[in-house]
Write a new protein. Sequence first.
Length: 303
Amino acid sequence: MKKKIIIDTDTGTDVDDAVAITLALKSPELKVEGITTVYGNTLLRAQIVLKLLKLMGINDVPVAAGVEKPLLRERDIWWPGHEGKGILTDEDKNLKPVDKHAVDFIIEKIMENPGEITLVTIGPLTNIAAAIIKEPKIIENVKEIVMMGGVARIFDNAPELPYIEHNIKCDPEAARVVFNSQIPITMVGLDVTLKVPINRSHLQKIKNVGTDLTDTLVRLIEIWWEFLKSDSSCMHDPLALSYCIKPEFLETMNCKVIVETQGKHTVGQTIVIPDENSNIKVACGVDSDGFIEFLIGRICSKN
Ligand code: RIB
Ligand code: CA
């Protein structure tokens, strides 16, 4: 039985969302029921997803654009400006998402498939929080959330880690709604995702494939590395997505998670406390080499 997932993404800024979407669509273990976009220009993000689908020859996965501003509408949007470069042409302005808001799409899919849908969240949590607020019945009807977000800082590598992670920081109020919802959650945070970088040798392997899809991914990776002024970056979102395919790459620990929304210097911080009765699993260890080999293999596969 294929696992039914919806991916909620802020693709276009960090390249790892595009890699995660490609991984999902190249994985026979998954049935992607839809892809929703969140944060900033969600129509442009939806067009990026639609272009990726087109490059893979897929035309039966619905894409829905979602909420543009954080829940309380008081926080600035981080939009570096390279979103769409390297993938969208003038012609792609005609690519149209479905005529349904992402929040309604998520609610309807969950309610039509009770207990079956896994939400894979790889961006800020605004759409998911809005869906929970609009239709609280999804709490009992969604299977689980697999989330790239947060940082626990309670494991061995804590001293090397930042205090705050982007997806939570961009909309901490939404993250709080989601963490407090009682939905079963697996949080894949910076504790593990910073251990899975790709570098120039991985890029070369993707380049060697030479399809329109892989050439586009290579361009997107190069644009992101130019922005970072680096020649490597972490595969945060693909690692979270891989938990739906091969959970054995990650070790987890049950923990309570509190999101800081008000501290002067700590807005967006996730405070993580081990608690064996919690509905939240937090990733605490990763088979980095095994995961990267798997990821590059799937991205480079011809089918
Ligand atoms: O902190 C990493 C997260 O921020 C990832 O989802 C990445 O795509 C960026 O959005
Ligand atoms: Ca992302």
